[in-house]
Design a protein around this ligand. Structure first.
Ligand code: FES
Ligand code: FES
Length: 138
């Protein structure tokens, strides 16, 4: 059975029926990240209100099923969160919410965490604010 990867039901669900796919026009922050090895690309759009609460979140992912599922879950998790909370959403939190990912697919969830951070960074740059604990994306 070499080469066969087993996915959780939640991963399959978010892959087949991804939530929050699309773009946000004039988004407060946009983050695009990629993985050079597999060539997958993920973009996350955030709409953030005056109080720093994420009112809307959408994504576009050109990539594998696990990347689509983690983007979908990541957008669901950060929706309605304050930016300080969203900053703490790790790839592990996204994986846990999906009931896990196979080891070879962990890097896909890392893209989701990085894309959120990149979008928050973009937001902070545009609004001239500093988000404590947020580092400039590579
Ligand atoms: Fe083939 Fe990501 S490596 S889709
Ligand atoms: Fe690279 Fe999934 S294989 S993001």
């Amino acid at each position: 059975r070499r080469g066969i990867i087993m996915y959780s039901e939640k991963v399959m669900d978010h892959f087949s029926n991804p939530r929050n796919v699309g773009e946000i026009e004039n988004a407060s922050g946009v983050g695009t990240v990629g993985n050079a090895k597999c060539g997958d690309i993920m973009r996350i759009y955030l709409d953030i209100d005056q109080d720093g609460v994420i009112k809307d979140c959408k994504f576009k992912t050109f990539g594998c099923g696990a990347a689509v599922a983690t983007s979908s879950m990541a957008t669901e998790l950060v929706m309605g969160m304050h930016i300080n909370e969203a900053l703490k959403v790790t790839n592990k939190a996204v994986m846990d919410a999906l009931d896990g990912l196979p080891p070879v697919k962990v890097h896909c969830s890392l893209l989701a965490e990085e894309a959120i951070h990149a979008a928050l960074w973009d937001y902070a740059q545009k609004h001239n604010i500093i988000i404590e604990g947020l580092e400039q994306p590579k």
